[in-house]
Design a protein around this ligand. Sequence first.
Ligand code: 5MM
Length: 337
Amino acid sequence: MTQEDLEGIARKLVKKPKGILAMDESSGTIKQRFESVGLENTAENRRAYREMLITTPSLGEYISGVILFTETLNQKTSDGKPFVEILKEEGIIVGVKVDLGTRPYPNFPDELVTDGIDGLAKRIAEYTQQGAKFAKCRAVFSIYGNERPTKAVINANAQRFGEYAPICQNEGLVPIVEPEVLMDGSHSLEDCMRVTYDVLSMVFNKLLENRINFKAMILKTNIVVPGNESKVSYSPDEVAEKTVRVLKSTVPEDIPGIAFLSGDLSDEDATTYLNVMNQRYAIELPWNLTFSFNRGLTREPRKIWAQGGPDNFKNAQRMLLQRAKETSLATEGKYQA
Ligand code: 5MM
């Protein structure tokens, strides 16, 4: 795969009016999501759930790419068709989560660093054989007053992105770099703004130092919002203005697009904030602003599907398509609640 090929894939992934469906929950995360809808976390339930998402008719109208968990790459529908084939037929680009989760950082209680750089090139060779064209690696940062995240942990995670992204580009995958400032806690909008600025600045310093081709990568990050325990609320205009302000001062112009995660936001808020950013700022921004939601697209479909039966299977797919359509409209600032 040449650098031009990778640049083309990156542009296609963020081209409006489409965005990315992140369905790459690791086994621990999907356990929690299944438990909340009364399902057991078995390998067959995970496969069947992902079959429901992937076989949604016309998904490719709104979705440019899906991020799969590694176990899903090789899986098939109940009647034996490989998931990767179905996605290709819909024109959807296949991606894979390549990080191996997080672990505590020694000497820094309650802070996490991302694992998965060791042996990455070798694993990527398998994933590209299985049809993957892009990768995703995520680091998480939680805010606790002015104490956390520490500079050391921001630096450690940024360094990992600086290693991960060139490996991907050299081995033929477009890297999605996902630094996520978590919503957990009572911090203010200004705290989130400050930390998101610090994190993105350091991440892009490390990427630059490591000679990444910015045209062949995608940034996936959080919208700038207060913590989920904060009592203060802000208008979508304020959220959009703060988010865009941070991005403008940290993200290089060569990046083709920024795909937001939905985090702990409601479906409605996540879609509205993306919509307002595109309505107010799209013209002046060098990158496309789109989505790479997990919860914001799959929360409602999962609840419906968990009730079981063929009608709920179809209704869950209708709900996924509806959420994908609404969020797609938001990439063009045309969403109306
Ligand atoms: C689906 O969750 C993804 C993987 O998380 P774990 O490693 O914890 O299982 C996650 O990276 C996800 O792609 C992003 O956070 C976006 O999801 P949301 O729910 O924030 O839109």
